[in-house]
Design a protein around this ligand. Sequence first.
Ligand code: F6P
Length: 549
Amino acid sequence: MALKSTNPTTTKSWKKLQAHFDTISTTHLKELFENNSERAEELTIKWDDFYVDFSKNRITQETLDILIELANEVDLKDAISKYFKGDIINATEGRAVLHTALRAEENSEVFVDGENVMPEIYEVRQKIKTFTDAVVNGKHKGHTDKTITDIVNIGIGGSDLGPAMVVDSLQYYKNHLNTHFVSNVDGDHHKEIVKDLNPETTLFVIVSKTFTTQETLSNANSIRTWFLEHLPEDAVSKHFVAVSTNIESVKAFGIDENNIFPMKDWVGGRFSLWSAVGLSISLSLGYNNFESLLEGARKMDEHFKTTEFEKNIPVISALLTVWYNNFFNAESEAVIPYTQYLNQFATYLQQGIMESNGKYVDRSGNEVNYQTGTIIWGEPGTNSQHAFFQLIHQGTKLIPADFIGFIESLHGNKDHHDKLMSNYFAQTEALMNGKTKEEVLAEFEATNLSDLEKERLLPFKIFKGNKPTTSILIQKLTPESLGKLIALYEHKIFVQGIIWNIYSYDQFGVELGKQLAKTILNELTTCDNSVKHDSSTQNLIDFYKEKHK
Ligand code: F6P
């Protein structure tokens, strides 16, 4: 069954939110805390090893109540049930959206076109396990009988960002294999990676859902050419495997059928790390860790599916985005992990969030009259404190931020971890409270500045505060907790899309540039100049052709 289509701005709750916004928009967070001593407890959700404190957001219980009314008015419950059941909720591509089935329990049943997909999912998982074990324990050898030491994942977008982020985030748990990622069609990217690799001990994993992506196929072809400069053609089967839905094209590329790890078209690229696309995760961390990652996501799926909206972490997170995006006109959201391990997390989320919800047409095919997808960005704290935090504290834009931190560090260095986490807590406190005129003046007391100097400096030293943050505190970074965290954001994306009445699971917007690049590539490589471009693009092409040797 299709998703319902409701313009959220026509709902009663939207109008209520507008009226409520007018009463609350100028209220300072400090005041909200002063008025309610229970605020932090009331607005914190403790679930499993997650502690999520929403209280430093510019909301009251009334805000949440109306936001939940909105979720009810657009029938979020019905949408969640369709999502997990395998209904065709990606209607513009005519597909179900079933990354959740990839981590469901083996004995569960999920039907697509009348067929239970679970047995096939577990068959592929078994194939991933068998292959991972063989590579990790050295049973799978290269052509010259040497054990594999390096894995190269060749893919882009969802076929790169998820595996790359997870492998990097969970490097603490990795085995002896070194895993590398080639994504950009920039020839310097793959050259820099293969230059230090021994083809005899390297395994290449070509990942492309469609197996038509220019970047991935060009990189795979160039790497195979490099490989064949060192080893004969019949070595390919020991060193190249592929993950794809397009089995025929993979075979045509020269990959042995046994070396193909299939995936299904109901797995969206940006949600595919749980499928065979995660093969390099499994190779790098071992199959058990891959399974724990999936298990974590499954637990978050359960939480999302079964918890009342008031206590549902992805639902509340998504509703807050709607609140800031559509009522405060906030254009972007920051994600700041207080761990270097999650260095690539914001980059990964950029595809998930912006490719999904960057849509201006609603589910009825009409142009929306409200804002949709937010801009996502972020870097780990404390580094980012020394880079862009100034703008969040004293700039003119409202930037709601998620702070993500862990109670335990992995190497157990308490001194550093206390310093790291004190920064996390201090920043959320500073963003909320700011610094008043009185506080600045009190600080001046301890200096020997003249009164004139004090007066001159005063306005620059005041922080207004009232900057919203959500604090996500997790016991420890493990494959399971990372699985939960990723799934939290996946469901947040889903809820946002439901409220904004858009289709979150297509990505037609990335096609036009790809088509034009094909035409221009022909112009760069032949004498064909029959295509008419605007004068700017034409000049760029001509200048490039003239200067490029
Ligand atoms: O950038 C568009 C896109 O289609 C993404 O959605 C996808 O993750 C990526 O390209 C790679 O596609 P494929 O896995 O088919 O090579």
